[in-house]
Design a protein around this ligand. Structure first.
Ligand code: BG6
Length: 489
């Protein structure tokens, strides 16, 4: 791989929730990997901040375990050097405890300072307030937050306003980790660094688009959060809509943050409304019941969230339409769910069939071209085309796939989405982060769907864990004479 590891400038990363699950699984391992590749200068610091009383030494032990588990390395020297970057301060978001210690640790040096809030959204506001009160928000300070950014438009606005009182919009980095995935960035490269696709990227040549984000896991101990959110808030409002925007947006003038985000925003604003009038036709909700995953019996959703009465969906599929010249009449079928048969995320662009069959009987099996962007597992891009079946015996047509797998084509591990995003924060590059108006526009489209479900009594249909969701999801696309893509080509 021809990666270039250009070091970022020295920084201080303060991770609130520094002893939590995200810090352990993603943040510390990702920073360690970037450190190993020489991108993080040794004068940088990573400061864990959390309520527990802990010494820096104990925090380093915690970080060491996180690395052993999630980014194992045999290079003891590098691990030891990375440990020197780590510090810990016990801080309470809701009291005065720890804030002056944090301030004095940060000191007066004018380094880039990033405050990563790996905590529940209810304390985003209190943390931003205290950082400001204690004079820690400076010109080169940045705030990083993750979803859930609200549970509807109103709460998202309130949250954005609260943090906006202390940080300027260009200092706020709203993470959607799907935007850091390699294939997602490749979608931009494919569309805007090749002449091939741009002329056919419209309703004249594209029949429809499918976006699937399937997970085989269940709610995994996050039941109390998930049961209030459901698949539409947890995945559709953010990850799937962001993918849809990248497929559908107009070519931006540059890949600068605002140029890209302006175009994505236009897509969100052009989505045709789904509400009580059409929610039952255009959407499907599902909830898994006991079944099997990876050959093992698994419990149903109600048992996992310990709420027998829950009417939260663990699966959602919908048909979105974009009311623009480019996309009029091209359905975007989106689906996501837990406890599906496999962990597969992909974007399928299905082109229209050729307008005329010049091959007579030999052309009856002609299939429309299909471009598939695989986000996971095995990231890659494939394009199906029709060719002549090789060999004698007359001209017969056959579909083949031009397939590019990143793992096979490039001899390097695809970086975790967080590796890129964490350093983009330091670089001050917001292209792969959501702007306030984007998040709010996404809620503006999602809210009427949720309200429509309530008003029209659309309840989740049961599906067996390990299946592709309720049969209504199959019907949603088959009614239009199309089928979900589930396979190689
Ligand atoms: C998170 C959701 O944003 O994305 C989880 O909250 C989901 O419910 C996860 O499991 C999926 O991310 P990935 O990168 O594993 O596809």
């Amino acid at each position: 791989m021809t990666s270039q590891f250009i070091p970022v400038e020295p920084f201080d990363y303060v991770v609130f929730g520094g002893t939590g699950d995200l810090a352990e699984r993603k943040l510390i391992p990702s920073l360690f990997r970037r450190f190993c590749d020489g991108q993080i200068p040794e004068t940088s610091r990573i400061i864990g901040a959390a309520r527990s009383n802990m010494e820096t030494g104990e925090y380093r032990t915690f970080a060491r375990k996180a690395i052993d588990e999630h980014a194992p390395s045999d290079d003891a020297g590098q691990i030891a050097a990375f440990m020197e970057l780590l510090h810990y301060v016990a801080v309470d978001a809701l009291s005065e405890r720890g804030w002056e210690e944090l301030k004095s640790l940060l000191g007066k040096e004018d380094k880039v300072r990033a405050f990563y809030l790996a905590v529940g959204p209810s304390i985003f506001g209190p943390i931003a307030d205290r950082l400001d009160q204690h004079g820690m928000v400076r010109d080169r300070s940045r705030l990083v937050i993750e979803k859930p950014i609200g549970k509807d438009l109103k709460s998202a606005r309130e949250l954005n306003e609260t943090i906006g009182r202390h940080f300027r919009e260009d200092q706020i980095f709203r993470i959607d980790h799907y935007l850091g995935k390699e294939t997602v960035q490749n979608l931009m490269a494919l569309r805007f660094a090749n002449t091939l696709y741009q002329p056919v990227w419209n309703a004249s040549f594209i029949d429809h688009v499918q976006i699937t984000v399937a997970e085989s896991i269940g709610v995994e101990g996050r039941g109390s959060y998930y049961d209030k959110a459901g698949a539409i808030r947890d995945m559709m409002q953010n990850h799937l809509l962001q993918l849809l925007c990248l497929v559908a947006m107009e070519p931006p003038a540059s890949i600068d943050a605002d140029a890209v985000r302006d175009e994505k925003l236009k897509v969100l604003r052009s989505l045709k409304a789904i509400d009580a009038g059409n929610a039952a036709q255009q959407t499907v909700r599902g909830q898994y019941k006991a079944g099997a995953s990876g050959g093992e019996a698994v419990p149903g959703y109600l048992d996992e969230v310990e709420n027998d009465l829950s009417e939260t969906e663990s699966f959602v599929a919908l048909k979105a339409e974009i009311e623009t010249w480019r996309w009029a009449g091209v359905p975007f079928y989106l689906r996501t769910g837990k406890r599906l048969p496999a962990r597969v995320s992909e974007i399928v662009i299905e082109f229209k069939p050729v307008p005329h069959n010049a091959f007579g009987d030999a052309g009856t099996d002609m299939k429309a071209n299909r471009l598939i962007l695989r986000l996971q597992p095995d990231e890659g891009v494939s394009q199906s085309i029709m060719i002549k079946d090789p060999g004698p015996g007359g001209l017969r047509l056959r579909q083949v796939t031009l397939d590019m797998s990143f793992a096979e084509s490039f001899d390097a591990h695809a970086p975790d989405a967080y590796e890129r995003l964490l350093l983009d924060v330091i670089r001050g590059n917001q292209t792969l982060f959501m702007r306030r108006d984007e998040v709010e526009a996404a809620w503006r489209w999602i809210d009427p769907i949720i309200e429509g479900w309530l008003a029209a009594g659309v309840k989740p249909a049961k599906y067996t864990a390990g299946s592709w969701g309720p049969t209504a999801s199959i019907a949603l696309i088959e009614r239009d004479g199309r089928t979900w893509h589930e396979g190689e080509t």
